[in-house]
Design a protein around this ligand. Structure first.
Ligand SMILES: Cc1cc2nc3c(=O)[nH]c(=O)nc-3n(C[C@H](O)[C@H](O)[C@H](O)COP(=O)(O)OP(=O)(O)OC[C@H]3O[C@@H](n4cnc5c(N)ncnc54)[C@H](O)[C@@H]3O)c2cc1C
Length: 416
């Protein structure tokens, strides 16, 4: 049965929901406080990541977080502050950072990533889309034996789950990218990963939604939610009110605050990350994660992007120059011929990853509000998991059997 649906948030997750819902015959409106051309979904590293099978909440992360807290240029930084939400999130994160949680999540994360990758390729192969999507895999490059050993554990799990990973020494790497000098001891090569240029796909997804009849309202901020008897009756926005039968919350990092008045409590923290890019020819052909400084390197259409840091400092877009400089320094340490200039650093942008404490997204209905579906909390995998989330949300609202079990993603699950 066709339903009138409003999606709140026009990032990769919101637009993917709108696309699949409209395609299935629903009548969709998307509202976004911006103009659909900026934000986290436009500045990420563009990876489709079956390789990221280990959630952020893993053994050792709390210890690393505490150690790095006192290093302002570290790749993972929690700004100490007395914020009850951060304390609650931190408590849950600590509880979720155990081996049992990792073991349970490996297959779940693999499956949703592979499902989403298939959907990306389905879009890519359809006549409606024409965007950069490349299956070149992902290198996990290391300089130290400590980093090699840590990643080797993940590789072992990945192989057990049927993902193809090979180990390359520097000579083999040189053969793969003869024109790129890399100062590394070696790399693990995850053949299963792919990458895209985010802003190009986002533009096409928006255009395609509009062509299909989705009403996309830009510069429209959700300001309040009217509700009664556990149902949303109306949304109040900066440009008037909207009524629908069903509502999808896909407002990324902002979702937690917007849901509060409905009595729907989810734990979310903003994980700020930065990107620097250069249009100069770097000759880099293969996407890579530089393991020690935790920097993502992606050859995109027309430029190379360097992305990194996980900074928990609340919801803000303040750029901290020394963290940006740390990314440039890390890049130079791995690619001695790449020297990012001050101009590149000045043009750095940041985005906020919506972090759930257990590292899994929130997808599905919440019992406290019958006509609300959540699609948020995708952390470091939101780009990868956008299409899968959109499809799952469509299946929920169309009362279909979902393509994957939703239990691990339900907003009511125990996240720590
Ligand atoms: C540096 C960096 C690198 C990354 N690399 C990768 C990667 O390689 N692969 C990967 O899978 N993921 C990656 N990510 C994570 C990924 O980008 C995010 O998980 C994803 O973009 C989240 O998408 P979203 O649609 O949930 O949120 P967003 O993109 O943040 O969209 C939420 C939207 O909601 C809107 N909104 C908020 N409040 C309101 C309101 N009150 N009213 C109306 N609209 C509102 C906002 O304007 C925004 O457009 C990276 C992130 C960063 C920062």
């Amino acid at each position: 049965m066709q339903k009138k649906v409003v999606v709140i948030g026009g990032g990769i997750v919101g637009l993917s929901c709108a696309y699949y819902l409209q395609k299935a015959g629903h009548q969709v409106t998307v509202i976004d406080k911006g103009d659909f051309s900026t934000g986290t979904s436009h500045i990420n590293a563009g990876y489709l990541t079956p390789s990221h099978i280990v959630p952020l909440a893993a053994p050792g992360m709390v210890k690393k977080g505490l150690k790095w807290m006192f290093r302002p240029d570290s790749p993972f930084y929690i700004q100490p502050r007395l914020d009850p939400n951060l304390l609650r999130w931190g408590w849950k994160f600590m509880r979720a950072s155990n081996q049992n949680h990792v073991d349970k999540s490996l297959k779940v994360i693999r499956d949703i990533n592979l499902f989403s990758k298939d959907l990306y390729f389905e879009l890519y192969n359809s006549d409606a889309f024409d965007f950069q999507l490349e299956s070149k895999g992902l290198l996990m490059a290391y300089q130290s034996s400590k980093a090699e050993k840590e990643e080797a554990w993940v590789v072992n799990q990945a192989r057990n789950l049927g993902l193809e990973v090979t180990q390359l020494d520097q000579g083999q790497l040189n053969k793969l990218q003869p024109e790129v000098e890399m100062n590394v001891a070696g790399a693990f090569y995850y053949k299963c990963d792919a990458h895209a240029t985010p802003s190009l796909f986002m533009k096409q997804l928006l255009e395609q939604c509009q062509k299909m009849g989705v009403e996309c309202r830009s510069n429209t901020t959700l300001t309040g939610i009217a509700h009664d008897q556990q149902k949303i009756s109306m949304l109040h926005t900066s440009k008037g009110s909207i009524e629908a039968e069903e509502y999808v919350m896909a407002a990324g990092t902002w979702s937690q605050d917007l849901l509060g008045p409905l009595g729907v409590r989810i734990a979310l923290e903003a994980g700020k990350g930065y990107e620097i890019h250069t249009k100069e020819d770097t000759a880099i052909q293969l996407p890579a994660i530089l393991l020690e400084p935790k920097i993502a390197v992606t050859p995109m259409q027309g430029f190379t992007r360097f992305a990194g840091t996980m900074e928990l400092s609340g919801i803000n877009h303040k750029i901290v120059p020394r963290r940006v400089a740390a990314i440039a320094k890390g890049v130079h340490a791995f690619y001695p011929n790449i020297n990012l200039s001050q101009k590149h650093l000045n043009d750095a942008r940041c985005g906020l990853r919506p972090l759930s404490p257990d590292g899994l997204p929130y997808i599905g209905k919440h019992p406290n509000c019958k006509n609300l579906t959540l699609a948020t909390g995708h952390a470091m995998m939101g780009w990868s998991l956008g299409p899968a989330t959109g499809k799952l949300v469509e299946e929920v609202l169309s009362n279909k059997k979902t393509s994957l079990p939703l239990a691990p993603f339900l907003p009511t699950r125990k996240t720590g």
